[in-house]
Design a binder for this molecule. Structure first.
Ligand code: EPZ
Length: 428
């Protein structure tokens, strides 16, 4: 297991590029199951969860070639996924336990193969995270489920899944993706109401359209999918990762730097960028590049409440809270999506942050300075939060269990070092 040793207090400068979006690439990799030919994804990020999804697709009997050689000693950020050879439509516990997003194969397997055996995802650090809404929606389409040995054993009707009217009682991102993918090959029309509108859902829909799916209402909260008999091969460029981009903005803001974040799709980030601006971070967009400048002593306290897109993304809550630990004044951070997404708070307090927790709300009183200390990561976005705070803290910090970070960020430590940070990866 590695740790990251961070020498804090260094302003960041220079420019850095954003990688492809993890939370688009994962459903897109699952969508390959639907196609009768290969699905090629370009601009995929290099991170653990995609490698896990690749292992899962190969376990099923498909071929998943990730990061192929570029013939010049490097690798291409591509995945070539040929899933027509699936002979084992199942997602076993040892793979699902490391990556809950494995549940995304359920809809595609039911639609394409009429059956699936998927380990019921356990909870994780940030919450119980059931998939009851996925199962309820798929059963509306005729799927039947049994629970056996911790696995969901799923079957579609003899004639295949049937289109249905589905209304999610609460917004679910992968639930929307699972049902949209299943509906693409179902018989008849499926209407998905209260659909998630996250850009990653839209990116998945765009790839399905390129494969020949019939979907309208894309980007809205009501998706209408008319099932087709087959989906063809396609090539799709994965959208840029809006959460990685915002995490990089927070790093520059916290260290009082001046740097350029390249390649983000700024329209996906309106709410987050608005909050950075409200906090006094100077942002200037130019040809798709984002110039970021800030003075950490002038960061103003700003309140945030997470909510489904286009609201403030829960995946940026921990990182923005880290910024608020250095703000002037008190900030109220309310987490409405997950029941336990403040694991970073106890660790940030070790640097001297002044944070009070009351249920799903954190009150953050900004302090003049943070001082380095050892910390332990608990989940993906918490680990990013600790890293950001360590960059701003005086002195040295050690961050343990960085495998959490490596699951969901593409070489974030290297990207930050290219901006002048001093982060050393070493055995813990
Ligand atoms: C997706 O998770 C993302 N993961 C998460 O990103 C993100 O935090 C989340 O959406 C919210 O934006 C991927 O896209 C792979 P949900 P997902 O279903 O789909 C409850 C990261 O850091 N719920 O929208 O699992 C659930 O417990 C990760 O990159 C049910 O109760 O989230 C949660 O409280 C973390 N029953 C809320 O809804 C269900 O059947 C939203 O969950 C499904 C969800």
């Amino acid at each position: 297991m590695d740790k990251l040793q961070v020498e804090g207090g260094r302003p960041l400068s220079g420019s850095v590029s954003v990688s492809g979006a993890k939370n688009a690439a994962l459903p897109l990799m699952a969508a390959s199951i639907l196609a009768s030919g290969p699905l090629t994804l370009t601009n995929i990020p290099r991170l653990g969860d995609l490698r896990t999804m690749g292992r899962l697709l190969r376990h099923m009997g498909g071929s998943a070639d990730l990061y192929p050689d570029d013939g010049a000693g490097g690798h291409r950020e591509e995945a070539v996924l040929s899933m027509s050879g699936i002979d084992r439509p199942e997602a076993p516990h040892d793979l699902v336990k490391t990556m809950r997003a494995s549940a995304l194969v359920l809809g595609p397997l039911l639609a394409r193969h009429g059956r699936a055996r998927v380990s019921l995802p356990g909870g994780c650090a940030i919450g119980v995270r059931p998939i009851d809404l996925h199962l309820k929606a798929l059963s509306n389409m005729g799927a039947e489920f049994d629970l056996s040995g911790g696995d969901i054993v799923a079957r579609a009707p003899k004639g295949g899944l049937v289109g249905a009217e589905i209304r999610f009682e609460s917004v679910t991102v992968t639930g929307t993706e699972n049902v949209m993918m299943a509906a693409a090959l179902a018989k008849g029309r499926t209407v998905i109401q209260n659909a998630a509108r996250e850009p990653e859902v839209t990116d998945t829909a765009r790839a399905l359209l390129a494969m020949g799916a019939k979907i309208t209402g894309v980007e809205s909260d009501e998706l209408v999918v008319d099932g087709v008999d087959a989906l063809s091969e396609a090539t799709h460029r994965v959208m840029p990762d809006r959460i990685e981009a915002a995490t990089l903005v927070a790093a520059v803001a916290l260290t009082g730097g001046s740097a350029v974040v390249r390649g983000a799709r700024l329209n996906d980030m309106a709410m987050v960028l608005g909050k950075f601006t409200e906090a006094g971070v100077l942002l200037r967009a130019h040809n798709g590049d984002l110039h970021v400048e800030s003075d950490p002593d002038l960061i103003a306290a700003v309140n945030i409440t997470t909510s489904p897109y286009p609201g403030f993304p829960t995946d940026m809550q921990a990182q923005f809270l880290a910024l608020m630990t250095r703000a002037r004044g008190a900030s109220i951070v309310t987490e409405t999506i997950f029941e336990n997404r403040f694991m970073h708070v106890a660790e940030l307090r070790r640097l001297g942050a002044d944070i009070t927790l009351e249920g799903r709300t954190a009150v953050v009183k900004g302090t003049e300075r943070l001082s380095g200390a050892p910390m332990t990561a608990s989940d993906l976005r918490a680990s990013a939060s600790l890293l950001l705070a360590a960059l701003a803290a005086e002195g040295t910090s050690d961050i343990y269990r960085v495998y959490h970070l490596d699951r969901g960020y593409d070489r974030l430590d290297q990207k930050l070092n290219s901006l002048g940070a001093r982060i050393t990866r070493m055995p813990a």
